[in-house]
Design a protein around this ligand. Structure first.
Ligand SMILES: Nc1ncnc2c1ncn2[C@@H]1O[C@H](COP(=O)(O)OP(=O)(O)O)[C@@H](O)[C@H]1O
Ligand SMILES: [Mg+2]
Length: 252
Protein backbone atom coordinates (compact mmCIF):
# COMPACT_ATOMS: atom_id res chain seq x y z
CA UNK A 1 0.00 0.00 0.00
CA UNK A 2 1.29 3.47 -0.87
CA UNK A 3 1.67 6.05 1.87
CA UNK A 4 0.31 8.75 -0.45
CA UNK A 5 -1.70 8.29 -3.62
CA UNK A 6 -3.10 10.93 -5.95
CA UNK A 7 -5.80 10.04 -8.49
CA UNK A 8 -7.08 12.14 -11.39
CA UNK A 9 -6.19 15.26 -9.45
CA UNK A 10 -7.01 18.63 -11.04
CA UNK A 11 -7.21 22.23 -9.92
CA UNK A 12 -7.77 25.33 -11.97
CA UNK A 13 -7.57 28.99 -11.08
CA UNK A 14 -9.89 30.78 -13.49
CA UNK A 15 -8.52 29.75 -16.88
CA UNK A 16 -5.20 28.41 -15.51
CA UNK A 17 -5.18 24.62 -15.27
CA UNK A 18 -2.46 24.37 -12.58
CA UNK A 19 -2.76 20.57 -12.07
CA UNK A 20 -4.39 18.41 -14.72
CA UNK A 21 -5.58 14.86 -14.25
CA UNK A 22 -2.54 13.81 -12.24
CA UNK A 23 -1.93 10.29 -10.93
CA UNK A 24 1.03 9.12 -8.84
CA UNK A 25 1.87 7.23 -5.66
CA UNK A 26 4.58 7.46 -3.04
CA UNK A 27 5.78 4.45 -1.07
CA UNK A 28 6.66 4.77 2.60
CA UNK A 29 10.38 4.92 3.33
CA UNK A 30 11.42 6.52 0.02
CA UNK A 31 12.81 9.87 -1.06
CA UNK A 32 10.60 11.15 -3.85
CA UNK A 33 11.36 14.26 -5.93
CA UNK A 34 9.02 16.40 -7.99
CA UNK A 35 10.73 18.46 -10.67
CA UNK A 36 9.59 20.69 -13.50
CA UNK A 37 9.96 24.26 -14.76
CA UNK A 38 8.64 27.28 -12.87
CA UNK A 39 4.87 27.35 -13.04
CA UNK A 40 4.63 23.58 -13.62
CA UNK A 41 2.33 23.20 -10.58
CA UNK A 42 4.77 21.79 -7.99
CA UNK A 43 3.87 24.15 -5.13
CA UNK A 44 0.19 23.91 -6.07
CA UNK A 45 0.47 20.14 -5.69
CA UNK A 46 1.94 20.59 -2.18
CA UNK A 47 -0.87 23.04 -1.37
CA UNK A 48 -3.43 20.46 -2.48
CA UNK A 49 -1.81 17.66 -0.47
CA UNK A 50 -1.53 19.78 2.70
CA UNK A 51 -5.11 21.08 2.51
CA UNK A 52 -4.41 24.72 1.62
CA UNK A 53 -6.22 24.22 -1.71
CA UNK A 54 -9.29 22.14 -2.47
CA UNK A 55 -9.06 20.19 -5.74
CA UNK A 56 -11.45 20.91 -8.63
CA UNK A 57 -11.53 17.15 -9.23
CA UNK A 58 -9.81 13.95 -8.14
CA UNK A 59 -8.73 12.33 -4.91
CA UNK A 60 -5.77 12.24 -2.52
CA UNK A 61 -5.27 9.26 -0.22
CA UNK A 62 -3.01 9.06 2.82
CA UNK A 63 -2.85 5.39 3.85
CA UNK A 64 -5.99 4.80 1.78
CA UNK A 65 -7.92 7.50 3.66
CA UNK A 66 -9.30 10.20 1.35
CA UNK A 67 -7.84 13.51 2.55
CA UNK A 68 -8.65 15.98 -0.26
CA UNK A 69 -10.49 18.94 1.28
CA UNK A 70 -9.45 18.20 4.87
CA UNK A 71 -8.09 21.15 6.84
CA UNK A 72 -4.33 21.68 7.22
CA UNK A 73 -4.22 21.12 11.00
CA UNK A 74 -6.22 17.88 10.68
CA UNK A 75 -3.71 16.73 8.06
CA UNK A 76 -0.84 17.71 10.36
CA UNK A 77 -2.35 15.47 13.03
CA UNK A 78 -2.55 12.67 10.45
CA UNK A 79 1.19 12.95 9.85
CA UNK A 80 1.73 15.51 7.08
CA UNK A 81 4.24 18.31 7.52
CA UNK A 82 5.92 20.70 5.11
CA UNK A 83 8.26 23.60 4.55
CA UNK A 84 7.48 26.54 2.29
CA UNK A 85 9.36 27.90 -0.70
CA UNK A 86 9.88 31.19 1.15
CA UNK A 87 11.47 31.21 4.58
CA UNK A 88 8.90 31.38 7.41
CA UNK A 89 11.13 31.81 10.43
CA UNK A 90 10.29 34.13 13.35
CA UNK A 91 13.42 36.26 13.35
CA UNK A 92 12.72 37.68 16.83
CA UNK A 93 12.77 34.22 18.46
CA UNK A 94 15.62 31.86 19.22
CA UNK A 95 16.31 28.86 17.02
CA UNK A 96 14.85 26.31 19.45
CA UNK A 97 11.76 28.46 20.02
CA UNK A 98 11.11 28.35 16.28
CA UNK A 99 11.29 24.56 16.39
CA UNK A 100 8.94 24.47 19.38
CA UNK A 101 6.41 26.50 17.41
CA UNK A 102 6.39 23.64 14.90
CA UNK A 103 5.74 21.15 17.66
CA UNK A 104 2.70 23.02 18.90
CA UNK A 105 1.41 24.43 15.64
CA UNK A 106 -0.14 21.14 14.62
CA UNK A 107 -2.17 21.15 17.84
CA UNK A 108 -3.28 24.72 17.33
CA UNK A 109 -4.41 26.30 14.06
CA UNK A 110 -3.77 29.81 15.29
CA UNK A 111 -0.15 30.88 14.90
CA UNK A 112 -0.59 34.00 17.04
CA UNK A 113 -2.17 32.06 19.90
CA UNK A 114 0.64 29.56 19.60
CA UNK A 115 3.27 32.31 19.83
CA UNK A 116 1.53 33.87 22.82
CA UNK A 117 1.52 30.52 24.59
CA UNK A 118 5.17 29.95 23.76
CA UNK A 119 6.73 31.24 27.02
CA UNK A 120 4.48 28.86 28.94
CA UNK A 121 5.29 26.03 26.56
CA UNK A 122 9.03 26.67 26.82
CA UNK A 123 8.88 26.69 30.64
CA UNK A 124 6.36 23.94 31.04
CA UNK A 125 7.34 21.36 28.50
CA UNK A 126 10.85 20.07 29.17
CA UNK A 127 10.25 16.89 27.17
CA UNK A 128 9.18 18.89 24.13
CA UNK A 129 12.29 21.07 24.38
CA UNK A 130 14.47 17.97 24.64
CA UNK A 131 12.91 16.53 21.48
CA UNK A 132 13.35 19.84 19.64
CA UNK A 133 17.05 19.89 20.60
CA UNK A 134 17.38 16.32 19.24
CA UNK A 135 15.85 17.50 15.95
CA UNK A 136 18.22 20.47 15.82
CA UNK A 137 21.10 18.00 16.24
CA UNK A 138 19.69 15.98 13.34
CA UNK A 139 19.79 19.03 11.04
CA UNK A 140 23.29 19.99 12.19
CA UNK A 141 22.25 22.91 14.38
CA UNK A 142 23.12 21.41 17.75
CA UNK A 143 25.46 24.34 18.49
CA UNK A 144 22.79 26.98 17.73
CA UNK A 145 20.01 25.98 20.15
CA UNK A 146 19.69 29.38 21.82
CA UNK A 147 20.95 31.50 18.92
CA UNK A 148 18.72 34.39 17.85
CA UNK A 149 17.21 33.26 14.55
CA UNK A 150 17.79 36.75 13.13
CA UNK A 151 21.57 36.30 13.43
CA UNK A 152 21.75 32.92 11.68
CA UNK A 153 22.88 32.53 8.03
CA UNK A 154 20.30 31.68 5.37
CA UNK A 155 21.59 28.12 4.90
CA UNK A 156 21.16 27.41 8.62
CA UNK A 157 17.63 28.88 8.59
CA UNK A 158 16.64 26.52 5.74
CA UNK A 159 17.74 23.60 7.98
CA UNK A 160 15.98 25.16 10.98
CA UNK A 161 12.74 25.10 8.97
CA UNK A 162 13.21 21.38 8.38
CA UNK A 163 13.66 20.86 12.14
CA UNK A 164 10.49 22.87 12.76
CA UNK A 165 8.53 20.78 10.25
CA UNK A 166 9.88 17.60 11.90
CA UNK A 167 8.80 18.83 15.33
CA UNK A 168 5.21 17.99 14.35
CA UNK A 169 6.43 14.33 14.17
CA UNK A 170 5.27 13.72 10.58
CA UNK A 171 5.28 10.46 8.67
CA UNK A 172 5.42 12.38 5.39
CA UNK A 173 7.53 15.52 5.03
CA UNK A 174 7.12 17.80 2.00
CA UNK A 175 10.06 20.12 1.26
CA UNK A 176 9.47 22.96 -1.23
CA UNK A 177 12.84 23.97 -2.73
CA UNK A 178 14.99 23.38 0.37
CA UNK A 179 18.22 24.16 -1.52
CA UNK A 180 17.01 27.30 -3.36
CA UNK A 181 19.50 30.12 -2.93
CA UNK A 182 22.12 27.91 -1.24
CA UNK A 183 25.74 27.54 -2.28
CA UNK A 184 27.36 24.17 -2.96
CA UNK A 185 28.47 23.57 0.64
CA UNK A 186 25.06 24.52 2.05
CA UNK A 187 23.34 22.31 -0.53
CA UNK A 188 25.50 19.37 0.58
CA UNK A 189 24.38 20.06 4.18
CA UNK A 190 20.73 19.93 3.06
CA UNK A 191 21.48 16.68 1.19
CA UNK A 192 22.90 15.16 4.41
CA UNK A 193 19.88 16.35 6.41
CA UNK A 194 17.39 14.81 3.95
CA UNK A 195 19.24 11.49 4.08
CA UNK A 196 19.25 11.59 7.89
CA UNK A 197 15.52 12.41 7.97
CA UNK A 198 14.73 9.53 5.61
CA UNK A 199 16.86 7.15 7.72
CA UNK A 200 14.90 8.20 10.80
CA UNK A 201 11.81 6.70 9.12
CA UNK A 202 10.14 9.81 7.67
CA UNK A 203 9.11 9.60 4.00
CA UNK A 204 10.34 12.68 2.12
CA UNK A 205 8.89 14.43 -0.92
CA UNK A 206 11.13 17.09 -2.35
CA UNK A 207 10.46 19.84 -4.88
CA UNK A 208 13.84 21.02 -6.08
CA UNK A 209 15.63 22.57 -9.07
CA UNK A 210 19.17 21.48 -8.12
CA UNK A 211 19.50 18.45 -10.43
CA UNK A 212 22.70 17.22 -8.78
CA UNK A 213 20.87 17.01 -5.44
CA UNK A 214 17.73 15.49 -6.98
CA UNK A 215 19.53 12.88 -9.07
CA UNK A 216 21.82 11.87 -6.21
CA UNK A 217 19.23 11.52 -3.48
CA UNK A 218 15.94 10.36 -5.03
CA UNK A 219 14.51 6.86 -5.16
CA UNK A 220 11.80 8.09 -7.48
CA UNK A 221 11.19 11.25 -9.53
CA UNK A 222 7.98 12.74 -10.93
CA UNK A 223 8.38 15.31 -13.71
CA UNK A 224 5.61 17.90 -14.06
CA UNK A 225 5.06 20.18 -17.02
CA UNK A 226 2.08 22.54 -17.30
CA UNK A 227 0.31 20.67 -14.49
CA UNK A 228 0.64 17.30 -16.20
CA UNK A 229 2.89 14.30 -15.64
CA UNK A 230 5.66 14.44 -18.22
CA UNK A 231 7.56 11.41 -16.90
CA UNK A 232 8.29 9.40 -13.78
CA UNK A 233 10.71 6.72 -12.64
CA UNK A 234 14.14 6.25 -11.12
CA UNK A 235 16.72 9.02 -11.64
CA UNK A 236 18.25 6.87 -14.39
CA UNK A 237 14.90 6.38 -16.16
CA UNK A 238 14.01 10.05 -15.93
CA UNK A 239 17.44 11.19 -17.13
CA UNK A 240 17.09 8.99 -20.22
CA UNK A 241 13.44 9.81 -20.94
CA UNK A 242 13.26 11.51 -24.37
CA UNK A 243 10.40 13.82 -23.31
CA UNK A 244 12.43 14.99 -20.29
CA UNK A 245 15.59 15.44 -22.32
CA UNK A 246 13.62 17.53 -24.83
CA UNK A 247 11.95 19.67 -22.13
CA UNK A 248 15.22 20.28 -20.30
CA UNK A 249 17.43 20.47 -23.42
CA UNK A 250 19.41 17.55 -22.06
CA UNK A 251 20.43 19.27 -18.84
CA UNK A 252 19.20 16.59 -16.43
N1 LIG B 1 -3.70 30.80 -5.61
C1 LIG B 1 -3.51 30.88 -6.93
N2 LIG B 1 -4.28 31.70 -7.69
C2 LIG B 1 -4.10 31.78 -9.03
N3 LIG B 1 -3.17 31.10 -9.72
C3 LIG B 1 -2.36 30.28 -9.00
C4 LIG B 1 -2.49 30.11 -7.59
N4 LIG B 1 -1.55 29.22 -7.16
C5 LIG B 1 -0.88 28.84 -8.26
N5 LIG B 1 -1.36 29.47 -9.37
C6 LIG B 1 -0.89 29.27 -10.75
O1 LIG B 1 -0.70 27.90 -10.96
C7 LIG B 1 0.45 27.67 -11.77
C8 LIG B 1 1.42 26.78 -11.06
O2 LIG B 1 2.07 27.50 -10.03
P1 LIG B 1 3.02 26.82 -8.95
O3 LIG B 1 2.37 25.62 -8.40
O4 LIG B 1 3.43 27.89 -7.98
O5 LIG B 1 4.28 26.38 -9.85
P2 LIG B 1 5.71 25.84 -9.42
O6 LIG B 1 5.75 25.66 -7.94
O7 LIG B 1 5.87 24.55 -10.17
O8 LIG B 1 6.70 26.88 -9.90
C9 LIG B 1 1.01 29.04 -12.14
O9 LIG B 1 0.48 29.42 -13.38
C10 LIG B 1 0.48 29.91 -11.00
O10 LIG B 1 0.38 31.25 -11.41
MG1 LIG C 1 6.92 26.52 -6.48
Amino acid sequence: MSLLRVENLSIHFGGVQAIQDLDFAIDAGTIHSIIGPNGAGKTTLFNLITGLYRPSAGAIYLDDVQIAGKRPHDLARMGLSRTFQNLRIMMNMTAVENVMVGRHLHLNTNLLACMLRLPMIVRGDRAARKRCIELMDMVGLGADIDADAGTMPYGALKRLEIARALAAEPRLLLLDEPAAGLNERETKEIDDVIVAVARSGVTVVLVEHDMKLVMGISDHILVLDHGRKLAQGTPEEVRNNPAVVAAYLGNV
